[in-house]
Design a protein around this ligand. Structure first.
Ligand SMILES: Cc1ncc(COP(=O)(O)O)c(C=O)c1O
Length: 395
């Protein structure tokens, strides 16, 4: 990884790219190749033996993808990064790397629906156990740790209830027990939260979201120590093969250049919308990390720069009213995913978390009247006008 030497806002634009090597091309080249030729058979032998640096085959490494991996590592203040074909490819590579049969994963009470599905698969096929914990107190976390726990896996803010977990608290306990801590940092991006600085071992991104920022790529990234990333690269990534394409890496390098500007605008718009929502008669409650009434507010001040672009809220009513609200919208798109320029709305109980059994969903706070909004980059007044006219119809 290239030495980090500039402020975040400069690193997102420049880190790891020297245009003079590429004819002065301002945009980095896309090395759209599956393989790399060797000058001699001996050179091929040396590269395979790890005795000479250089590319072999794009599943094992590609220059455009490497540029992105180095840049995300610098932005997360980690030693090394690794790119995957989707956020779930990244999640599964990390969980496979950090678990063993008859081992145990301790998870935050709310996690992304497909991560929940993966945990079920690991349990049913490979006897990797898991359990959930709200992780709000030291006693609660210590009680939930088992002798066979190898990994603590958290999302904070929790998808989609916006509750936060104190990363420092989790890390301090995990270190006592010699357990690795993984944080899914998708909702924050490195601009709002840097869990490696707090002591966690690996961070994961669904780069599909704020890193890409334009809703045109599915991708995953992880960052951690050189040793751990090298191990995952040469085992789960290489042999299972969920790699990122060079073109997708290029899209993400492009998306990253505006991350800081976009994130601030997402936050500005979300703060405005949450204030408006609070006063509407159809609303039961609102959930947003930097809301002073949020029970996690003090944690937010400790570990996040701002509240982020995601809001969730409950309406008075149930599934029928929630679906009617979505159907009444004009500007706001009904879609899962988040972090795009467009404001997106979804109904977690029947969409992102539909695979989670109702009982688990309710423990996660995902009720039938909960709605999640990924606040986009449109004029904040236009976002609110659309939401308001739909809320008025269900009030
Ligand atoms: C928090 C979180 N983690 C991981 C994922 C999976 O990412 P992908 O859809 O890129 O595979 C998602 C997708 O929505 C997510 O919201």
């Amino acid at each position: 990884m290239e030495k980090k030497n500039a402020r975040f806002e400069t690193e997102v634009v420049h880190h790891g790219y020297d245009s003079s090597i590429y004819h002065g091309s301002l945009a980095p080249p896309i090395f759209q190749t599956s393989t790399f030729s060797f000058q001699t058979a001996e050179q091929g032998e040396k590269r395979f033996a790890g005795e000479e640096e250089g590319y072999i085959y794009s599943r094992l490494g590609n220059p455009t993808v490497k540029m992105l991996e180095d840049r995300i590592a610098a932005l997360e203040n980690g030693e090394a990064g690794l790119a995957f074909g989707s956020g779930m490819a990244a999640v599964s590579a990390v969980l496979i790397a950090l678990t063993r049969s008859n081992g145990h994963i301790l998870c935050s009470q709310g996690i992304y629906g497909c991560t929940f599905g993966l945990l079920q698969l690991l349990k049913n096929k490979y006897e990797v156990e898991h359990s959930f914990c709200s992780m709000q107190t030291e006693a609660e976390i210590k009680d939930a740790i088992r002798p066979e726990t190898t990994c603590i896996y958290i999302e904070t803010p929790i998808n989609p209830t916006m509750a936060l977990i104190d990363i420092e608290l989790v890390v301090s306990i995990a270190k006592e027990y010699g357990i690795k801590v993984v944080v899914d940092n998708t909702f924050c991006s490195p601009y709002l939260q840097q869990p490696l600085d707090i002591g966690c071992d690996i961070i994961i991104h669904s780069a599909t979201k704020y890193i890409g920022g334009h809703g045109d790529v599915i991708a995953g990234l992880i960052v951690g120590s050189k040793e751990m990333i090298q191990e995952i690269s040469m085992t789960t990534l290489k042999d299972i093969g969920g790699v990122m394409s060079p073109f997708d890496a290029w899209l993400l390098i492009r998306g990253l250049k505006t991350l800081h500007v976009r994130m601030d605008r997402h936050c500005d718009n979300a703060e405005y919308v949450i204030e408006q929502l609070r006063g509407h008669e159809a609303i039961e409650s609102v959930f947003y990390p930097s809301d002073k009434n949020n029970p996690s507010y003090s944690i937010m001040k400790k570990q996040m720069k701002r509240g982020g672009g995601l809001i969730s809220f409950t309406i008075k009513g149930g599934k029928a009213e929630a679906q009617k609200l979505l159907n009444e919208l004009n500007l706001i798109k009904i879609a899962v995913s988040l972090g795009d320029a467009e404001t997106l709305i979804q109904h977690p109980a029947t969409m992102t978390h539909a695979v989670v059994p109702k009982e688990n969903r309710e423990q996660m706070g995902i009720t039938d009247n909960l709605i999640r909004l990924s606040v986009g980059l449109e004029a904040k007044e236009d976002i609110w006008d659309d939401l308001k006219q739909a809320l008025d119809k269900i009030a």
